[in-house]
Design a protein around this ligand. Structure first.
Ligand SMILES: NC(=O)c1ccc[n+]([C@@H]2O[C@H](COP(=O)([O-])OP(=O)(O)OC[C@H]3O[C@@H](n4cnc5c(N)ncnc54)[C@H](OP(=O)(O)O)[C@@H]3O)[C@@H](O)[C@H]2O)c1
Length: 295
């Protein structure tokens, strides 16, 4: 395993296991498998609804807590100072831990500044070892990095061969913010696993397309968070520390950039409205369940 060092001196693995879209039913088994094949970092979130399973698996695995770099993220319905603080404390309970290694603001919407003040406070209280942001496009990252007391240590963003985020990386470096790639395979969209350039580069090193995609990001200093529910793929995705892509191959991959999301843009107003509506609906559901409890 290779490690990076965050701006506050905390060591972070360059490759961690992501549990987005890993169901509640499968999550405990998947995290146990990941830890068994050698992963030492897990990336979850309040909105993945599997923090309990992650926490249970870490406990069951017998791997000492301090050897596992644990990340979670605050969902936007918990933004604002009070709600964020409360929700992080609930996450700690679900994860069965006294501290989390990294907590991120999951989305750049709503009262993120209020939520950040809660994260700053929990960081200073030692409950969080590092704090950061996710899905902040470069302009918003620079703004957020500039107008807060504590600068984010990490920025997590969709980053893969077709959406390389070169501009974000340049500014993340300038502000000493470590970059993490979500969907490092673009979830296989646009034929990423069959990409001819990637497959051919892999043949030279005796590596799969998946391994080349991960190695490329790591070599440019970007942490990767691959997800798989298959143990053999988990092992394959981890087996990338015994080779190095040449400068020529790094340049060939750099030329594949389409500078477009394979999913959706957070700058699309219709998408922002979708987030707003989702938060409103969840709040309504919570209010009506509270009312029922009061009857
Ligand atoms: N901050 C955010 O907003 C955000 C958003 C999305 C994701 N994330 C984080 O990033 C992590 C990864 O992103 P992701 O899960 O969206 O996508 P991803 O890791 O790019 O792709 C996962 C897909 O690739 C397949 N796969 C994995 N390894 C493979 C291999 N060696 N060969 C062939 N197929 C393989 C998986 O299938 P199987 O599972 O069937 O093997 C799954 O369909 C998430 O789990 C989460 O932790 C964060």
């Amino acid at each position: 395993m290779e490690y990076a060092t965050l701006s506050n001196g905390v060591k972070i693995p360059m490759l961690m296991y992501g549990v987005y879209q890993v169901t509640k039913e499968e999550c405990e088994r998947c995290v146990l498998d990941a830890l068994e094949v050698g992963y030492r970092g897990i990336d979850t979130a309040q909105s993945y609804f599997n923090e309990e399973e992650v926490g249970r698996a870490i406990k069951k695995s017998g791997v000492p807590r301090e050897e596992v770099f644990l990340t979670s993220k605050v969902w936007i319905e918990h933004y604002g100072y009070e709600e964020c603080k409360q929700s992080v404390l609930e996450s700690l309970d679900k994860l069965q831990t006294d501290y989390v290694d990294l907590f991120l603001l999951h989305q750049p919407f709503g009262d993120a500044y209020g939520a950040w003040r809660a994260l700053e406070e929990l960081y200073e209280a030692g409950k969080l070892r590092a704090i950061g942001i996710s899905n902040y496009y470069v302009d918003r990252m620079v703004e957020f990095a500039s107008f807060n007391r504590i600068r984010p240590m990490v920025t997590q963003m969709e980053t893969h061969i077709y959406n390389q985020q070169k501009n974000l990386k340049e500014y993340a470096d300038k502000y000493a913010i470590t970059m993490e790639a979500w969907a490092p395979f673009a979830e296989g969209r646009n034929g990423a696993f069959q990409d001819e350039t990637i497959v051919n580069i892999g043949k030279k090193y005796g590596k799969t397309a998946a391994q080349v995609m991960l190695r490329w990001n790591i070599q440019r200093g970007v942490i990767v968070l691959p997800k798989s529910v298959h143990k053999e793929r988990m092992a394959e995705n981890l087996d990338i520390f015994d080779f190095r892509l040449s400068d020529e191959d790094m340049n060939k991959i750099a030329a594949l950039d389409k500078q477009t999301s394979s999913f959706f843009s957070h700058q699309d107003p219709a998408m922002v409205e979708w987030f707003v509506q989702m938060v409103e609906e969840r709040k309504q559901r919570q209010d009506s369940s509270k009312e029922k409890k009061n009857w």
